[in-house]
Design a protein around this ligand. Structure first.
Ligand code: ADP
Ligand code: MG
Length: 680
């Protein structure tokens, strides 16, 4: 059996179970083998019945006496089975599972795991896990605990993994070269895969995990370094000239640029006058003034005689950028044109013509701006907002058109600096580490739902004094499975409660034009309260909005809450962020606390990293990096450093991975590049 074989080829996996496995992202044997346990239980210590403990889980082998007995107590059917070993006897109890009566072969030995209770001096275990001795994967050893989906149990998954491991035993090719494994003390691949699932000993587990985490991070680092090399080899970048144009654009802003903005602009100019191609990430907290930096850079490039494109992830955002650029650039005589997928054919034709003949200097839009059919007269700079990474594929599309522009990526997701430097191995990074002066601190309150009447009075007062509010609900419509607020019902409810306020809602299921209209009305101050899902999360800039009310705040991650809060506090008025939640879980409480304590995006992202589990790190997927299956960027920071070191050693030895010893690595990385995982 091979890594890429379909999961259906595995014994006992039929259409039904294959579907359930698919839901866990498992399509192939390899996917299954990479479905790593989320936890382990140490059941390697076996006890006898006489030694069963009441305080912890026990694993023991016992024989079953015979058929069990069921008794009904009201609505409850209790099924009891007797089991014994040479030291004693115990009663096994199941509730409402009458079939357990005949689930065992009399006098056969089984492995049981569960917590013992003494009742009237007799020993009892409720719903123990059980398995036939000899086939055991549930006990007598360290056992894996997997992430599950509906209809799949630990037992079933353990069985599948045991089977798959049995089939591939000893046949998985090693992709890490021997010198590397020796230098970094890494276990062999077959050993690692076996022992990450069913560790023979605790040490074996640590060795396995070290190897697999290292491999994942090492591949990532190597891939990013290859990308960077590729980028550097793209040849000469367009050479811009220093001109005294920055002064002019700075005068056009209604405010002086902050020192941080100036510093970043300088870095951008240095790049574009170096003769090399720029590939720079500008990281700045919400409200730090990235758009202003983008404008200044764009202006300068346009003065150099080139066109500039600004790409945003949604039409709403793109439209907003188009308007801000228009406001800034029109008085300077610069033609701004927007281009969206949803434009009417006639409008689109007109826009395309202006882009092609060069009369459009500043082009703003969604992905449509780099698609086939768009021809530029002379493209000098591509700016992407909240896109995190300008992909190889996207670059390829431009290259096909004969364009070779500089690239500037803007992101508001603050990543701890050390991590950012590692994750963005292929980008140069600028950080706007200073907010424009005069910003008022946003007051953040975490309350429970009993505060709603007071909150609504507050929203009404804000509206009366001419200010606006956002309300965020986690859902669009009612959902039977989840008792959380939804936009549609909430809008109705709120309108009834405060009928004097002008209330509107916007959500992801609306057509782009409709969303656009609602956002514009809100931006124009003609709506008091805007209720929405997180569609307004990124980038929206309405300085008159002073309240951000988040319902079911427990359902949002810290990074997301921070983004949402960043939508207010953009003007001169005092702003508020109100987080409503009735959740009592520790993680929810910690998040709320963090939010009320700090407004520093970097502190929040550190906290986010700590609170989230492995693989869930907010950055990776969002930043176009592959989802990490085993490494945890926070916990595994040390290994990440080693992996980075290893990647540079490797590439110094063999920059294009041509040596036979590195063929496996090259193959692995190129599958990533093919876009399966890595949106590069
Ligand atoms: P970001 O995109 O980083 O979230 P924006 O560029 O949208 O931030 O800027 C947020 C707000 O701050 C905007 O209203 C913008 O006009 C204003 N702003 C930007 N730079 C400055 C500055 N140097 N001084 C004062 N206000 C600024
Ligand atoms: Mg922005």
């Amino acid at each position: 059996m091979e890594w890429n074989d379909a999961i259906l080829d595995l014994k006992n996996v039929g259409e039904q179970r294959a579907k359930k496995l698919n839901r866990l992202g498992i399509q192939t044997i390899g996917d299954l083998l990479e479905h790593y346990p989320r936890d382990y239980k140490d059941r390697s210590r076996m006890v006898t019945i006489a030694d069963l403990s009441e305080t912890e889980e026990n694993t023991f082998v016992a024989r079953v006496r015979g058929e069990g007995q069921s008794v009904r107590r009201g609505r409850l059917v209790m099924t009891k089975v007797q089991a014994y070993d040479e030291t004693g006897e115990i009663t096994l109890v199941w509730y409402n599972q009458p079939y357990m009566k005949t689930a065992f072969q009399p006098n056969e030995s089984y492995l049981f795991t569960g917590k013992m209770q003494k009742k009237y001096g007799r020993m009892e275990i409720a719903s123990p896990e059980y398995e036939i001795v000899g086939k055991s994967f549930a006990g007598g050893r360290i056992v894996p605990v997997y992430p599950l989906s509906e209809g799949l149990s630990q037992k079933i998954l353990r069985g599948f993994l045991a089977e798959a491991l049995h089939c591939v035993q000893g046949t998985l090719p090693e992709i890490l070269p021997l010198w590397l494994r020796k230098k970094y003390h890494l276990a062999e691949r077959n050993f690692a895969i076996q022992n990450i699932h069913f560790p023979v000993t605790e040490t074996a587990f640590y060795d396995a995990r070290r190897r697999l985490v290292f491999e994942e991070l090492f591949l990532l680092q190597t891939a990013l370094s290859c990308l960077r090399q590729e980028w550097l080899q793209q040849g000469a970048g367009i050479l811009m000239q220093y001109q005294d144009t920055l002064q002019k654009i700075q005068e056009s802003f209604p405010f002086p640029l902050t020192n941080a903005q100036k510093k970043v602009l300088q870095e951008i100019q240095n790049d574009m006058t170096s003769g090399k191609m720029m590939n720079r990430l500008v990281q700045g907290d919400v409200g730090s003034g990235k758009t202003a930096v983008a404008m200044a850079a764009a202006y300068w490039v346009i003065q150099n005689g080139y066109q500039v494109v600004m790409m945003a992830p949604t039409e709403v955002l793109a439209e907003q950028h188009a308007q801000s650029f228009q406001k800034m650039f029109a008085p300077l005589g610069i033609r701004v044109v927007s281009l969206f997928g949803s434009m009417k054919a006639k409008e689109k034709r007109a826009a395309l013509a202006e882009i092609a003949d060069g009369s459009a200097k500043m082009i703003v839009g969604t992905h449509a701006v780099i698609q086939t059919g768009v021809t530029y007269q002379k493209l000098g700079l591509v700016i992407t907002d909240e896109q995190h990474r300008f992909g190889v594929r996207q670059r390829g599309m431009l290259a096909e058109k004969g364009e070779n522009p500089h690239v500037l990526v803007m992101t508001a997701t603050p990543i701890p600096r050390t991590l950012a430097l590692i994750l963005y191995g292929d980008l140069d990074i600028s950080i706007i580490d200073e907010l424009p002066p005069g910003r008022q601190k946003i007051d953040t309150l975490a309350v429970n739902s009993t505060y709603r009447p007071r909150i609504y009075t507050f929203l009404e007062k804000q509206a009366q004094s001419g200010r606006q509010s956002y309300v965020i609900c986690p859902m669009i419509e009612e959902n039977e499975k989840l008792e959380v607020e939804n936009v549609l019902d909430y809008t109705e409810k709120l309108q009834k409660t405060i009928p004097n306020c002008r209330i509107a809602c916007v959500h992801g299921k609306m057509k782009a034009v409709q969303k656009q209209e609602i956002m514009e009305t809100f931006a124009a101050g003609e709506t008091d309260i805007l209720i929405s899902t997180t569609v307004i999360e990124v980038g929206i800039n309405v300085p008159n909005a002073t309240v951000m009310l988040v319902e079911n705040a427990e359902r949002f991650g810290l990074a997301q809450l921070h983004q949402l809060r960043g939508r207010v506090g953009r003007g001169d008025e005092k702003s508020y962020c109100i987080l409503v939640s009735d959740a009592k879980t520790k993680i929810a409480q910690q998040r709320m606390q963090t939010m009320t304590k700090t407004t520093d995006g970097f502190v929040i992202s550190e906290m986010d990293l700590q609170l989230r589990g492995p693989g869930e790190f907010f950055g990776t997927k969002q930043h176009g990096l592959p989802e990490l299956k085993i490494a945890n960027l926070y916990r595994d920071m040390q290994l990440l450093k080693e992996a980075q070191d290893a990647a540079s050693t490797l590439l110094a030895k063999d920059p294009t991975l041509q040596e036979p010893e590195h063929a496996g690595l090259r193959a692995q990385i190129s599958t990533w590049f093919e876009g399966k995982n890595l949106e590069l």
